[in-house]
Design a binder for this molecule. Structure first.
Ligand code: ARG
Length: 460
């Protein structure tokens, strides 16, 4: 097939070079956005008198026919075409003859691809947001279910202070909520139209960029045509939003993998989200969580690839930019798959509160509370801290816990200890007392759960 630009050339493109140059294999997924963008452009050309109203109507009808035919499968996208833009235009001309050749008046593939990709990323951002909200809802329900289940909270992966599983899970809700709002922020900047920037310098035709922008649901237009055709910041931003989602999912996965292990056994994942081993009959592996953790690496790679493609290219469009699409598509597809499997995995996972509680009872997790108890009896915190440190040291030497020591034994460390200390170090009480805003106490966690529910309500 002759290239659109064949006129200037005396020789056809080398076959390997042709394949190398082509992007149809991956930009074919933007056919809807490409056709919608062209329809808006054609309508504007008609309204502005650049082409006649009748030509405009014919082009729009022709494009609608192509869209319907691709959707229904009646028209296969030709993988020998250079890209989706060339394919649609060639098909239109095949159907309409000379009128089809008027579509490309006052525009270039440079603004065309820029508008297609923005439309596509806007749709994808919406879908990612929808999946994130589903996951937040699953996490918040689990958090409510286990609002009272006491478990050890860790720092340095060492038992630190008791928390509830509900509180723990709510931490992930907060991260995911930030991911939603991060996407919304990115979409605000993304949602401006580059259509009409043309090749790089704008056009001599009396076009109306605001008209195409509003027809395509954009909030405005890009203010500089050189920037409009060469800006891919919105890809970088969306990629970094996705990288941040993956980072959160990966941390969550890491915890799920630990909790599912026999060493912790804090949770039991549903059989539907685990796999067995080909040789070890006893195995039940958290493959989904591991895959999410693993796929985080490739998404980070996509972000770095995008930044690197952009870092050395002069204004305006350069073919390097064709490399944007595979990176963003891969990241978008990966995060969607991860979110789709993560929500039901969380929904169906069961906690084992007995195991969480018995782990919480080990490791002197109530030592801070014992120090706070002494503060209540009038000791300065640093003195109380040191006294409890000595008491813990004594327990370790003698194979005892703080609960095991008699009041007499306690008195060897401080006279201020009294029999109410046992209540003060009761694990459940330790949790209950942490009512500071955002803390692990019941009333604080209730407020956190309500905050998440209210956030979700805004989208329902
Ligand atoms: N396939 C190209 C891309 O993805 C479309 C833009 C081509 N523009 C050009 N001047 N060659 O970037």
């Amino acid at each position: 097939m002759d290239k659109m630009w064949a006129g200037r050339f005396s020789k056809a493109l080398n076959t390997d070079a042709d394949g190398f140059n082509s992007s149809i294999a991956f930009d074919c997924r933007m056919y809807k956005q490409d056709i919608k963008g062209s329809m808006a452009h054609a309508a504007m050309l008609g309204a502005c008198g650049v082409i006649t109203e009748s030509e405009s109507a014919q082009i729009i009808e022709g494009l609608q026919g192509i869209l319907d035919d691709i959707d229904s499968g009646a028209l296969a996208i030709d993988m020998n075409a250079e890209d989706i833009h060339m394919f649609v235009e060639a098909e239109l001309t095949k159907r309409l003859g000379d009128v089809g050749k008027k579509l490309h008046t006052g525009r270039s593939r440079n603004d065309q691809v820029a508008v297609d990709l923005r439309l596509c990323m806007r749709d994808e951002a919406d879908e990612i947001k929808r999946l994130l909200l589903k996951l937040i809802s699953a996490v918040n329900s689990k958090a409510a279910e286990y609002a009272d289940a006491v478990m050890p909270g860790y720092t340095h992966l060492q038992r630190a202070q008791p928390v509830t599983f509900g509180h723990y899970l709510s931490a992930y809700s907060m991260m995911l909520i930030r991911d939603v709002t991060r996407i919304e922020d990115a979409v605000k900047r993304m949602n401006v139209s580059p259509l009409g920037c043309a090749a790089l310098a704008g056009t001599t035709y009396p076009i109306d960029r605001e008209m195409t922008a509003s027809a395509l649901g954009f909030d405005g237009i890009t203010m500089n045509s050189l920037d409009g055709v060469s800006d891919r910041d919105y890809c970088v931003e969306l990629l970094s939003c996705i990288a941040s989602i993956m980072m959160h999912l990966s941390r969550f996965s890491e915890e799920i993998i630990l909790w599912q292990s026999w060493e912790f056994k804090f949770i039991e994942l549903d059989d539907g989200f685990t796999t067995g081993s080909s040789i070890m009959p006893q195995k039940k592996n958290p493959d989904m969580a591991e895959l999410v953790r693993g796929k985080t690496g490739r998404v980070y790679g996509d972000l770095i690839a995008m930044l690197t493609v952009l870092k050395g290219i002069p204004l305006a469009y350069n073919k390097d930019m064709q490399e944007d699409k595979e990176a963003v598509f891969d990241a978008v597809d990966t995060v969607k798959k991860c979110l789709s499997v993560f929500a039901p995995m969380v929904e169906t996972m069961k906690a084992i509160p007995e195991n969480m509680l018995s782990a919480a009872k080990k490791g002197f997790i109530n030592a801070t509370d014992l120090a706070d108890y002494l503060v209540g009896k009038g000791l300065p915190f640093r003195t109380a801290y040191k006294t409890v440190g000595q008491t813990v040291g004594f327990c370790l030497k003698n194979g005892k816990t703080l609960e095991d020591l008699s009041l007499d034994e306690y008195h060897a460390f401080a006279r201020e200890f009294d029999c109410d200390l046992y209540d003060a170090i009761d694990i459940k009480n330790c949790v209950e007392k942490r009512v500071s805003a955002g803390g692990t106490g019941k009333s604080a966690v209730k407020a956190e759960l309500a905050y998440v529910s209210d956030f979700l309500k805004k989208y329902s």
